[in-house]
Unconditional design. Sequence first.
Length: 152
Amino acid sequence: MYPRIAVDIIVEQNGKILLVKRKFPPYGWALPGGFVEWGECVEQAALRELQEETGLEGRLLDILYVYSHPKRDSRAHVISVVFVAQACGRVMAQDDAGRADFFPFDRLPSPLCFDHEEIIQDYVRLRCKKERVDPQVKLSLYGQNIPSHRAP
């Protein structure tokens, strides 16, 4: 069994970040995103997921980081490519999102799913301090908690 590939999208407008409330487990709030479909590149998947979950049309600006800790998603080992995007249109929750809205960074809803709190913190560091995610720092933080065996 191999890891699954997913995308997550950070959209900020007027100092607020876009989040969706998940209809399916794990329940809670998350960045818009989902799994890459067969024959689709990650960029297409990001724009599709943004539109499917929020009704917004997006333009990708950057990649924040690739999050790959084996335990970041309780369902399976999921690797997520996280994009930063601009979006336009009217926010309307659809597909597997029960609600979609923008929230101030200092008043995020709870609970946040997966490792999305860490992702948002990394984005805020980039936005405020111009500090990009350092892979060596991530490795040192995760190194002791990553199983060193191969999947069956």
